[in-house]
Design a protein around this ligand. Structure first.
Ligand code: ZN
Length: 348
């Protein structure tokens, strides 16, 4: 009996390019979303982008969030209820987008993503998390209905945010390998289409690494397009598997061990150098991953991330405990093996 089923939720309108910010209301209008928007932003993006988005709507007063915390998510929910908002618009970096996404999921409202930096693939996907204490609240919500990425604004964002976004995409190589491994060993459902799209996205970015340079709008374009297709791969898979494997588990663990030390994308990039080594050893392409990170100016060592060798090894040996996601880490990597992998690859 044929019993396969799939339900693919994709963003509906994706606008990328110079000046597209001014078309936010048009892109939203096409979707016939009911009610007024509540714009969620943070101080700098407010000045750079949110004010001009607000002018396009007759909406609620803007909410400016300061920190990535669950208390801020609750504040956004309260504000949305108070002004009877119909949908939420997140204007800012990863933190703002995550907060707005979680609040809209909680409220059962549509979400519009207006990233002002290309720092990670959460700007297009339904995945998000906000720290609370030493854990994180995670959400697997629907992807944004609309994505508006103005390359003029994204190109001016701090360069390290862009290299973090690039590194997040480069880690797709190992994420897909982990997914295939889980498919073979644990019968986890694998989508050939989503896997290929995710790998191709990383490939395109690496092939164009030379043209990814600070301040270039072309670079912002390339990285945003890659983040969009990475997000689409996750939407097709119905999970974050195409873009999140052992390297993401290690990064989450580093966030627990030493919160706020390094950017998400930078951590997963460095971690994917060692997980690539674990997948294929000396003959593998860990060197390629390493060199690609180096070419765009992303960190390739624990030290550049601000983590000690001990912290990095601890993250490697404990990362498998975080969630029920089978990866190359299996049921745990021994300390000796972790030190070996991190040393050979020059990560520690
Ligand atoms: Zn990521």
């Amino acid at each position: 009996m044929f019993d396969k089923r799939s339900w693919i939720r994709l963003p509906r309108n994706v606008l990328v390019g110079r000046g597209v910010l001014s078309e936010t209301a048009d892109a939203v209008g096409e979707l016939h979303l009911a009610g007024t928007p509540l714009i969620v932003t943070s101080p700098t993006p407010r000045r750079l982008a949110a004010e001009s988005v607000a002018e396009q709507f007759d909406g609620c007063p803007m909410v400016t969030v300061e920190t990535a915390s669950f208390a801020e998510v609750k504040r956004v929910i309260d504000e949305a209820e108070d002004c009877e908002a119909g949908f939420l618009v997140g204007v800012g970096g990863g933190k703002v987008i995550d907060i707005a996404k979680m609040a809209s999921d909680e409220l059962g409202m549509g979400f519009v993503s207006v990233p002002t930096a290309a720092s990670h693939d959460g700007i297009v996907s339904g995945r998000g998390s906000v720290p609370e204490g030493d854990t994180r609240h995670s959400v697997a919500a629907e992807p944004p209905l609309v994505v508006v990425a103005d390359t003029g604004i994204v190109a001016d964002a701090p360069w390290r945010l862009t290299t973090a976004g690039c590194a997040d995409i480069i880690s797709n190589y190992t994420a897909v390998k982990d997914w295939q491994l889980a498919h073979r060993l644990k019968n986890v459902e694998y989508s050939e289409y989503a896997g290929a799209l995710s790998r191709m996205t990383a490939e395109m970015l690496v092939d164009n690494a030379d043209s990814i340079r600070p301040g270039l709008e072309e670079s912002a374009w390339l990285v945003i397009k890659a983040l969009v297709s990475s997000g689409v791969a996750m939407s097709i898979a119905g999970s974050s598997r195409p873009a999140s494997g052992a390297e993401h588990l290690i990064s989450h663990q580093l966030d627990r061990i030493a919160p706020g030390t390094a950017l998400h994308g930078h951590q997963v990039g460095v971690a994917s150098v060692v997980t690539e080594y674990l997948h294929s050893g000396d003959m593998g392409r860990w060197q390629n991953v390493h060199d690609a990170l180096g070419a765009i100016g992303a960190p390739t060592t624990a030290e550049e991330l601000g983590h000690s060798p001990e912290q990095f090894v601890e993250a490697m040996t404990t990362a498998h405990e975080i969630r029920d996601r089978y990866t190359i880490l299996g049921d745990g990597v021994s300390e000796e093996a972790a030190i070996e992998a991190a040393t050979v690859t020059g990560v520690i």
